[in-house]
Design a protein around this ligand. Structure first.
Ligand SMILES: [Zn+2]
Length: 384
């Protein structure tokens, strides 16, 4: 069995000897007599790094042996120098140790258990088996960050059955032997197989990003350490861009957006009122003494007001009225008639005027791409 060195979470380089190497479809599975590479477990992914410069892309455990998945083969018996990708490992440990610390305070306050834990590439998901309020989350987050500042020791131990039976600790599984206990002095004790820092100071900031209801409990999205710094940078850049665009101080962007939304709503209201008045003016000026089919051309009039115009104009013709609203793409149309079978005529009308659309016998609507003159003469030439 491989001697595991990752109880010391900050051991990122070590010497070892190759005891086995087998080619597989994914790469070369290399086993060492000892390793600081952590194989995936407890929600944390396997380490990456190098063995004598040969890339290790993943690490996992099989039958008690730690398997290093390598890009090329390594000779059995060879002495190798192993180096773990420290940046990735440090970020994972910050998130993982941070989760233990936060969960410790939540458990001590509420008695809730952690019933789901997932470490993604951008955040950590933490499922609680009870509902926690925003205020209690804030209190636990504050305490966890104060414990980071206090640099509380974190220790790994393997208590025997008797010690374990009189020990209180958090655990997702019922275990009785070879239980590895991670203790954050005076705050939390949890069964866990992953590497941790020797003290909480290395975790850095612990931030709850959001919380949501989840299966009768609460799911927390959290982020710690260097990943939290990345997130803060990204959010600050985004806020700085808003601040520049709105000429508002960074801490006043929400106020500025609120003001902008208010102005936007007032403008929309004014625009709707202007459009309604323009439609009324058009309705007041429509004349069609011949009672033949005719067109009403408009601009900047929406569908609702085009409909109102059509409802009025249709009474002035024994044929059809086409209400058109010009825009960049051509014309939007509503055609109405009390006598003609518009539904059946729609295909021909669209074909003649480069259009799309349809509807009922009384009203069809859609768009034309034909120019104004073509539309005008088409309706002038209609039988009625
Ligand atoms: Zn853990």
């Amino acid at each position: 069995m491989t001697e595991k060195l990752f109880d010391n979470g900050t051991l990122f380089a070590f010497d070892a000897q190759v005891t086995a190497c087998a080619e597989t479809e994914k790469g070369y599975e290399v086993i060492l007599d000892r390793t600081a590479f952590f194989p995936e477990g407890g929600g944390q992914a396997g380490d990456a790094g190098t063995l004598d410069g040969v890339k290790v892309t993943d690490t996992y455990e099989r039958n008690g042996e730690v398997i290093h998945l390598c890009r090329s083969s390594l000779e059995v018996g060879k002495k190798v120098y192993g180096e773990i990708d420290a940046d990735i490992r440090i970020r994972r440990m910050q998130n993982h140790s941070g989760e233990h610390l936060l969960m410790g305070f939540i458990h001590n306050m509420t008695g809730y258990e952690n019933v789901g834990f997932h470490m993604g590439s951008e955040e950590v998901l933490l499922d609680l088996d009870g509902v926690i309020s925003a205020e209690d989350i804030r209190i636990c987050e504050q305490k966890a960050n104060e414990a980071v500042a206090a640099d509380v020791p974190i220790t790994i131990s393997y208590p025997d059955g008797e010690e374990l039976s009189c020990m209180e600790y958090r655990s997702k599984l019922e275990m009785t032997e070879n239980v590895r206990i991670v203790t954050i002095e005076g705050i939390d004790r949890c069964a866990c197989c992953a590497p941790h820092f020797p003290s909480t100071g290395s975790i850095g900031i612990i931030k709850v990003i959001s919380a949501e209801s989840n299966r009768g409990g609460t799911r927390l999205h959290i982020i710690c350490g260097l990943d939290a710094l990345d997130l803060i940078r990204q959010r600050m850049e985004s806020n700085a861009a808003i601040s520049r665009m709105l000429s508002a101080k960074p801490e006043k962007t929400a106020d500025a957006v609120e003001k902008l939304l208010g102005e936007n709503a007032a403008l929309k209201k004014q625009l709707a009122e202007n459009e309604r008045r323009a439609a009324e003016d058009i309705i007041g000026s429509i004349k069609n003494d011949s009672r033949k089919s005719f067109c009403v051309f408009t601009r900047g009039i929406g569908r609702n007001n085009m409909q109102k115009i059509a409802n009025h104009a249709v009474k002035l013709t024994d044929g059809a009225v086409a209400v058109l609203s010009e825009d960049a793409a051509g014309f939007g149309y509503i055609i109405a008639s009390e006598k003609l079978p518009l539904r059946a005529m729609a295909k021909d009308i669209n074909l003649a005027l480069g259009g799309k659309g349809g509807g009922s016998d009384q009203m069809i609507q859609g768009t034309f791409t034909a120019p104004k003159e073509a539309i005008e003469s088409y309706f002038k030439a209609m039988q009625m």
